[in-house]
Unconditional design. Structure first.
Length: 157
């Protein structure tokens, strides 16, 4: 069932596209700040760069969750996924605080929606992996001839 992975990636692409567009709709004050003081965030002025940044982060999250689910037990995967959900909640709460209490409150509401949309995509990936089935990696059993011979010899003594 490769369709479920294609659907997840398409959903993330759409969310990232909308988030990139919304993040580029910052206010005039925000554009001035990004152009002069906070130049490291200049990529958000262009929708395609914002889209690429958000989409790459979402794909890395998907890759990490897929690899962990494939290589560990369900209990360990659930713990890792829960940690990612907690990271997402902390990020969402910090984003809310930042958009309401700091100078970012002067940014456009569309910009704020783009930030919240990023975290929505994060949670969609985490929830998806709680229900998705991933074939576990088959680990061969390591038995050697010397192990069987040593047990046979000791039983004969």
């Amino acid at each position: 069932m490769k369709n479920k992975w294609i659907i997840l990636i398409l959903i993330q692409a759409i969310i990232s596209l909308v988030a990139g567009i919304l993040l580029s709709k910052m206010s005039l004050i925000g554009r001035i700040g990004v152009s002069t003081v906070y130049t490291e965030y200049g990529f958000m002025k262009h929708w395609y760069k914002g889209f690429a940044a958000v989409f790459i982060i979402q794909l890395v999250l998907i890759a990490i969750l897929w690899a962990v689910k494939r290589t560990t037990t369900y209990k360990n995967f659930s713990l890792v996924n829960l940690i990612f959900v907690i990271i997402g909640l902390i990020g969402l709460l910090y984003t809310f605080y930042d958009f309401t209490s700091t100078s970012h409150k002067y940014m456009n509401s569309q910009f704020h929606a783009g930030g919240y949309l990023f975290w929505a995509g994060w949670f969609i990936s985490c929830v998806f992996f709680f229900f998705a089935r991933v074939k576990p990696k088959i680990v061969p059993v390591n038995t050697t001839i010397s192990d069987t011979k040593s047990t046979d010899i000791s039983s004969n003594l």
